[in-house]
Design a protein around this ligand. Structure first.
Ligand SMILES: [Zn+2]
Length: 250
């Protein structure tokens, strides 16, 4: 059976905020799409909920935080992202709930994006590939927060010093979801995506995957997605539309 064709993600927007749990979450597949969009003149902001400080077994979190923040800043720069924030929540034990929704609603109200980007937050990436707790908590909370941000009676204490409700988020796009039905052509920006992932040198080294190559990894997924979109390389995303009846068919 041929794999299901992907629909192209719309590109009639001007600002996106990527909200993910960890440094490296955008780079395992989504960064080349970001490079495409920043190359079109769109603005993309990165927001890291944690600094991934519990991510390297042989490195204390205090040092790890500094190393991983620096790697992420470089990763972001490579794909044209200039604004990057670290929210400083504790890596590995991020909890879904009202406090996280509050934090993310404030981020969305400040940045006023058309689109919110994140990673897959379903229970798995596919058969046998369990997802990670922080990814699930962050994705679920930001889906709620994208709506909370537009309601002035939710978290009203934030609406001071000129901060206003923001109901302009059209959709949340979750990269790498096993339910992804949409795709982005990343053929022209594929190398930037590879460089962006390779910038996580200390992290990749700490994983201890022998002979693991960022280019080979991204090529294998990128080619599969590309076939479904009719191009050389692509990235897939699941679309959660926040406009009733919206289907992002364009
Ligand atoms: Zn992660």
């Amino acid at each position: 059976m041929d794999p299901e064709p992907l629909k192209s993600l719309p590109e009639n927007w001007s600002k996106a905020v990527a909200i993910v749990a960890h440094p490296d979450d955008m780079e395992f597949g989504a960064a080349a799409a970001v490079a495409r969009w920043t190359g079109q003149g769109k603005e993309v902001v990165y927001v890291m909920v944690t600094s991934g400080e519990a991510g390297i077994d042989g490195m204390h979190p205090d040092e790890c935080r500094r190393v991983r923040e620096a790697e992420e800043i470089e990763s972001a720069r490579i794909v044209g992202v200039e604004t990057l924030e670290f929210l400083g929540l504790p890596d590995g034990i991020v909890e879904y709930g009202v406090p996280l929704r509050r934090t993310l609603a404030e981020v969305i109200r400040r940045h006023r994006p058309d689109i919110v980007l994140t990673g897959n937050f379903r229970d798995s990436f596919g058969p046998g590939a369990l997802n990670q707790a922080d990814h699930i908590a962050v994705g679920r909370a930001l889906l709620d927060a994208a709506r909370d941000a537009g309601n002035r009676w939710i978290f009203p204490d934030q609406l001071t010093d000129g901060l206003e409700p923001w109901g302009g988020v059209k959709a949340v796009w979750a990269f790498g979801s096993p339910e992804g039905r949409h795709g982005v052509d990343t053929t022209d920006t594929f190398d930037q995506g590879v460089a962006s992932l390779a910038a996580h040198a200390a992290y990749i080294d700490g994983l201890g995957w022998e002979n693991w190559d960022p280019r080979e990894f991204l090529e294998s997924f990128g080619r599969q997605a590309g076939q479904r979109l009719g191009v050389t390389f692509a990235t897939t995303a699941e679309v959660y539309s926040l406009t009733w009846g919206g289907d992002d068919e364009d």
